[in-house]
Design a protein around this ligand. Sequence first.
Ligand code: IPE
Ligand code: IPE
Ligand code: MG
Length: 252
Amino acid sequence: MHENLVLDPERIPRHVAIIMDGNGRWAKQRNLPRIMGHKAGTESLKNIVKIAGELKLEVLTLYAFSTENWKRPSLEVQGLMTLLKSYLKSELQKMLDNTVSLRCIGEIEMLPTDVQKVLSEVMQETARNAEDKSGLILNLALSYGGRSEIVRAARIMAEKCVSGQFDPKDFSEKLLAAHLYTAGLPDPDLLIRTGGESRLSNFLLWQLSYAELYITETMWPDFNTERFFEALKEFQSRERRFGQTSQQLQAE
Ligand code: IPE
Ligand code: IPE
Ligand code: MG
């Protein structure tokens, strides 16, 4: 099926993060209400989760709702929350069958209580899948903002200093990373943004510091298996130097 896009099994990224953008424009191009774009977007989401599991990715982090998205018209926000809830309910069995474990990052307490309830049920039910190290961690960013995540980590660390758990001298990159929502997860190797915008929109500001960036004009509802393979293929063609020279890497 993807004979011209065969991936190197040795270089599958451990963690892929995706900014799922372009649902609204996809709908507008078809004279549909924006919410229909979001609905079509959930179909893409289901497919990409399935492929990510088949490719044995460790983590797939999806930006589903930002702290800034609360500023959207309340009907759109409500529609998104309803879609999220029905997505979680309808996918639970599939997650259990495919050893997917659900995690989430963001200000979960800001979400409507019915959504929070379904979310924690699905996380609880799928938690045992996390013991199977070969299973995918599906990490949903909900009411997520990168700056507020860092501020929150700093606050928790300051509180721990005040209570004597550790000292400011102990502060390190590792310690800060351990206080982010993403504690315990590897940093993303690849960031994909659909919808063509060249910005981070407050996503994983700390964690993306050395991710490969891949921006595609494809709108999220059109981001199919083939487009995903194209992104992964492009990732595999990049040389990740982490500050070193090409020569140094080749000598290793
Ligand atoms: C991304 O699609 C989904 C969310 C932000 C929830 P958009 O709704 O931002 O789509 P565009 O950018 O308006 O096309
Ligand atoms: C980023 O998309 C957030 C999500 C995809 C959830 P936006 O559409 O909200 O980003 P901006 O506002 O164009 O930067
Ligand atoms: Mg957008």
